[in-house]
Design a protein around this ligand. Structure first.
Ligand SMILES: [Zn+2]
Length: 351
């Protein structure tokens, strides 16, 4: 089950995880599938926000009729659930609480009866037992929806890899939009949408002068030829994910600075680091608002966002791409290393 861990910048994991004899499992549309409307709500967290945010809407109280014991079970599971949502053992679901809250269209915290009631309704709409308790089958159903909301991942699910745009057609980010002085290139439409989003985040007070790194871009377009050369040189292709067919080849994907726990970079998938991101005001704002600007997130990586305003270019079968340097999927990549406290070897991180 390491394959879904690898889905971030490529989405290939989803393709590998689904049966090849039929289409990927897509839930039929139900009444509650309308996209979450952008609101001024904040997204639930087990921590109070550090900055003042808009209050709950007047019509939402956090008490509702929910399955007995569900709110208590969620409050406990939030920090104790032993599971492997992306193939790697994790404890609790603090990391995913903001996105789940957005999916449920509630700003009430995971330990409230409102949250449990909303979850039970969501489960009913997806033919799951209406326990009101977040468990792996429920999360897996959400994850499938989130994956298919990413055009790149949906294309990968068909075994195809989009082609890269011409370099001459890309736009370059300004210095203050790039993290650490990097040269950042995106398709023009994606960069313009990013700028509109950052402006909105600034107006809402989640991008401020307190930390100029917030929402700066640390990786965007990556040339497939250069990636492939590095992959072959370093023997570091992570199965078929990062280098053979990365979302970053499309010019539509970007990695933005959300937060970084002490000792971690902005792209470390260590759980401590991802928890710090989930607790940040900016991530909670992003899961609510980035969709307004056309961006979708790969939820394992709070920093990885893909713009959906233009389709990826037509592609080629992934199987036709050079496989030099790739490793068999059952050797190493994504496998938790005992004693590393959840840290993956850097070469296995998906960016
Ligand atoms: Zn990325």
């Amino acid at each position: 089950m390491l394959v879904l861990l690898l889905a971030g910048c490529a989405g290939v994991g989803a393709w590998l995880a689904w049966p090849t004899s039929g289409p990927p499992p897509v839930d039929p549309p139900t009444g509650d599938e309308t996209p979450v409307e952008p609101t001024t709500q904040y997204v639930p967290s087990n921590d109070p926000p550090s900055a003042p945010l808009s209050p709950l809407p007047l019509d939402e109280t956090c008490e509702a009729a929910a399955p007995a014991g569900a709110a208590e079970a969620n409050a406990a599971g939030l920090n104790t659930l032993a599971w492997a949502p992306f193939g790697r053992a994790e404890t609790g679901w603090v990391i995913y609480a903001p996105r789940i809250g957005a999916e449920l269209a509630t700003a009430c915290g995971p330990g409230t009866t409102r949250f449990a009631a909303a979850l039970a309704r969501w489960q009913a709409g997806h033919r799951l037992p209406q326990t009101g308790v977040l468990d792996q089958p429920t999360f897996d159903a959400m994850k499938t929806r989130w994956t298919l909301a990413r055009p790149f991942a949906a294309i990968n699910a068909r075994g195809e890899c989009p082609n890269a745009p011409a370099l001459a057609g890309l736009s370059t980010a300004k210095a203050d939009e790039a993290y650490g002085g990097k040269t950042i290139q995106l398709r023009p439409g994606a960069l313009e949408a990013y700028r509109r989003m950052v402006e909105a985040a600034r107006e809402d007070g989640v991008v401020t002068s307190r930390d100029p790194r917030v929402l700066t871009i640390f990786s965007a377009f990556r040339d497939p030829a250069a990636d492939a050369a590095r992959c072959a040189r370093d023997n570091n292709c992570q199965g078929v994910t990062r280098t053979i067919c990365s979302a970053h080849r499309t010019g539509l994907a970007m990695d933005v600075f959300i937060a970084a726990a002490p000792g971690h970079g902005p792209d470390s998938s260590a759980d401590d680091n991802r928890r710090a991101m989930a607790r940040s005001d900016v991530y909670r704002w992003m899961v609510r608002n980035a969709g307004r600007f056309g961006f979708v997130n790969y939820v394992f990586e709070p920093w990885h966002w893909e713009w959906t305003g233009e389709p990826p270019l037509p592609g080629v079968p992934i199987s036709s791409l050079p496989q030099d340097g790739s490793q068999p999927l059952d050797q190493g990549a994504g496998t938790p290393q005992p004693g590393l406290k959840g840290l993956l070897p850097r070469k296995n991180e998906v960016r």
